[in-house]
Every structure is written in structure tokens, then in C-alpha cells.
Design a protein around this ligand. Sequence first.
Ligand code: AMP
Length: 589
Amino acid sequence: METIIGIDLGTTNSEVAVIQDGQPRVIPDENDRMILPSFFGLSEDGQILVGEAAKNQYALYPERTIKSIKRKMGTDELVKIGDNQYTPQEVSAIILRALKQRAEKYLGHEVKKAVITVPAFFSDAQRQATRDAGEIAGLEVVRIINEPTSASLAYETKHHQEEKILVYDLGGGTFDVSVVSIHAGLVEVLSSHGNNHLGGDDFDEKLYLYIFDYLKNEFSKEEIEKLNDDQRFHARLLRAAEKAKQELSDRPYASIEEEYLTERDGKPYHLSLEISRHLYEEMIHPLIEETLEAIHTALQGANLNPSQINQFLLVGGATRTPYISNLIQERLNITPRQELEPDLCVAMGAAIQAGMIAGEKVASVLVDVTPYTFGPSVLGELNGMPYPDVFIPVIKKNTPIPVSKSEVFYTMYDFQKAVEVKVYQGEDPDALKNILIGSFMVEGLSRVPANNEIIFQLDLDLDGILRISATEKRTGLKKNIVIENAMSQFKEEEKEKAKDRIDQLFGPSSPTFSTGEEQAPTKEVRERIVQGKALVEKAEKILPVIPEEDKEEVINLIEGIQDNIQKSDLGALTMEIEELSEILFYLEA
Ligand code: AMP
């Protein structure tokens, strides 16, 4: 049987895949990288650079490098490098040739045929240009298929009933939403809507501006003007921004580092600053809002409402940004599917289509995903009420493994000395209805006011080993445990037994992450704590003007209240609050 390869020829990145043993496999390069950046360049000595090497050079020599050629497909605009001019088809052919060679090396034989994907909105001229690029690269293009169709194929190869699938595709430089109807292998794009100039690159741009603003405070106006004229400086900042962006998909903070960025006062200047995911999400919020509006437009185009969508697929590397799936879930009440690598699934679908044309047997795609959600419990709100055991998903069900995710949580009280970390497996927002799989204390926290940041991290590997850690951000104080069989299924009675065991150990209302106390405070205790804190604040304010003979007693009561807030001792707290209130009342009078 003749091999036909499937190619995702993307604006930012491209991939090639093939069917092996009934499964689509994305073909790696010799360094095990699946993704080939869609970059082409010439090195200083005139050597052709494609992919990673060209992308790396772009940071330093953008004038000798071409990126995003896909945007120009179907036009007769020429691109120039040095003295050479290229048509968009030629540049695309160079990328396709690199993918063809990668496949041949991997398979050990020549490859002559390919299925290539294009966006649903591509015009005939753009499709023809893609075909031409394939032929120039030495490939017979047996079919051009739409990217959303390809993604739908990767997610399910056999559809017995008609399904409506929404494909949300956010790549590096383009965004589109398509509604696809699929039935018995027949796929039809019902509507497609998007923005050809919106993507992960715009997220990089936001971070880039943030870094630039920071540098404006570090350097004089003249120095900034000089830096502003330096193309390499900009390219390096953009690269640092992209790296930080990707880190923020898995971590609550990212550090932006560029060694030897420039010079200051004759000395090398190393850029080093930190950004929180929270701030980053605020920056990209308007861009994501735009994509959410596009979903509605695409749905209207297909005459459907969100509840009629059977599957919502996240495609494109930028959809690894968790803020996107969180907002989709919140606004449309749909859990998007993302168990296939979002930047690889279009190529996988192309390989499935190619395999079907070649007459190969193609099975449903198998991926290793976690069957459960994992996360800690915190003091939060459940059904509009304060609740000590709110479950916070950190690694969500159906996430491809291995995976590593972290989140930041905060201490609740001033001078809180410890937190107890309790990790659950399950899907219920009430942690106590899930399975407690591990717990530990982090003791010896710094003596600082409330909201001390604790970074909670989960690493789950293919063998079901879950590594859990909690780290005080300001000091690096860390505690961790390992759960050997985190993905094993608990049967109902085991679940009950586990619950009993845990209840015996900790009491039914067990302590939470943010309190760090042995017993979670009841509503009454929580109210008393708020009252106590307000009173202490008031007393501390007037302390300098309190007559000497009363001062000692007030100080003792302040300390007592603080101590009993820590201990959540309702009786003692109530007594001391009453006493301090009385003294303050008498003093004010
Ligand atoms: P694609 O065109 O589908 O390969 O997507 C490329 C875009 O995905 C680029 O903007 C990448 O920076 C972005 N991307 C890749 N990995 C991540 C990640 N972990 N988090 C956020 N964006 C990512």
C-alpha cells in the first residue's frame, strides 16, 4: 500500500503525520520535536534554514528570515531575502519539502503523496496556491481538506449519528471558529468565522509591551530611543514574551529572563522580571472576548444555539491558555474537549484522511489522559455560602499526561504559621464528596500578614505517579509527597471506606488549605474572627493616645485576640472581644 502523509501547513507551525498500526502518528525530527516552525531564512553564508533554525535566527536577523507566509498564499506578492525574491508558493514548498524529508527519514522510504489542510475560509486561489506549493515540493496533493474537518476526524473517526461539532482554532496568527456537521464519515462545514490577524502572537505582543514599559523605568529616555531602533532587541523581547506566555499556561507566575539584553553604564544588563498569570489574563481578556463573540457569529451562521453543539473542540497551540477553556465553560456552559495535543490534532486528522484514501484501517485515536480531576480543597464559597472544603481542580479530567500544573493559593490569617494541603481526586465542587488521596502540613511559614502566597504544584506521569508539592513563594520553603497510584479507580465501597477513614483522622469537616488550622472554623467562628480583626485594627490605631495605665491591658487583649484567631477558639475569642470592646467604649467616652 502506498503511503500518503497528512500535513498541517500552518501560519506559525507545521506538522506531518502518518498512519501506523491504525493510529495517526505525528512524525518527530531527530531531536524528537513534532512541530516545525513555518519559518524560512538564509544564514549569513547563504545556507537555507527551515523551521527551528530559521525561527531562532529571526530573533537576531529578522531581515534575513520569512515567517507567516501562509497569509500571502493566493497573492502574487513576492518576499525578499537579500537579493533573492520568492513567491509564497515557493516559500511554502520549502517548508513542505522539509516535512516530506522528515517523513521519508522516519519511514525509510520515499513519499510522493500528501493530504494538506487549509483554513475553511481559504478561497479557490489560496487552495490552488497550496496545491502548487505541494507540487513544487515534489508531492502529489491527493486532497486538500479543511482544518476544522481534519480536527473533527482526529477526535472521532466513526460517527454513527449526525453530530454538530464546533471547532475553535486559535493558532499563532489566525483564529477561526467553524461549525461542522459530521455523519457516517461525511463532513460538512456549516459556517466559519474568525479573524485572520488574531492569535497567540497577539498575546506575546501584550507581554512585550509590559516588558517594554518596565524597561522604560529602568533606562533613560535617550537609551530607550536607541534600543527602540534596534530590531534585534525587539525580536529578543518578543521571544522572551512568548516563553513567559507558555509558562503561564501551567504556572501562576512566569519569570522573564534575557541575559545580556543590552548595556547600562558600560555594564551588561540582564533582564529579569516576573509576571503573574492574573495580570496576564487581564491583558489578554479583550482578545479572548473577541473570540467568544466569534463563536456566537459562527453559531448564528449555522442556525444553531450552544445547546445544540455535541462537541466543542479546542485546536491550535494558543488554546493551551487555560483562561480560554475556563471562559468558554463559564459563558457557554460547555466543557470543551482538548485531550488531543491542540497543535498536533489537525495533522493527525490529515493523516487519518490520507490513510482512508490509501485504504488503510484507521482506528479511533488513543491518547493517554487522566480519567480524573485532581486538586486541593480551600476555604471558599459553595452555593453562595462560605465553605471550608471547596474543591479547586488543578489537573482536569481528560488532560493528556504527563502533565505538570501549578496554582497559587493564599494564607487566610495574619502571621499564619502553617497550611494543611489536602489533595482530592474527583469531579464534585465539594471536596468532601471526592476522594482524599493525600495530605500534609507545611509548617514554619514566615511571620507575615494574610495572603502569603503558597504555590501548589501537581505533576502526574504516565504511570499514575502524582507528585504534590506546596511552596511558600517568598522563601522557597517546600514540602512534598508522592502518591503512587493516583489514577487507580476507587470503587464505591472503597470510596465510603476511604471517607470513614478520613473522617476518623480529621473529623468530618476537615481543615482546608487556606486556614492551616486543625479544625475548619464554623460560620460563628468566622464571624467572630472578622469582628476580632476589626476591633484589633481599631485598638491599634488609637493605641498611641491611650493613657499609660490602660495600655498594657489593651496590648494584652490585642495579642490574646490574635492568638485565639489563630486557634479559632470561639469561647476565648468571644470573651476577649467583649472585654476589649468595653475598654474601647470607656476610652472613647
Ligand atoms: P499553532 O499555530 O497551532 O502551532 O499555535 C502556535 C501558537 O501557540 C503560538 O502563538 C505559540 O506561542 C502558542 N503556544 C504554544 N504552546 C503554548 C502554551 N503552552 N501556552 C500558550 N500558548 C502556546
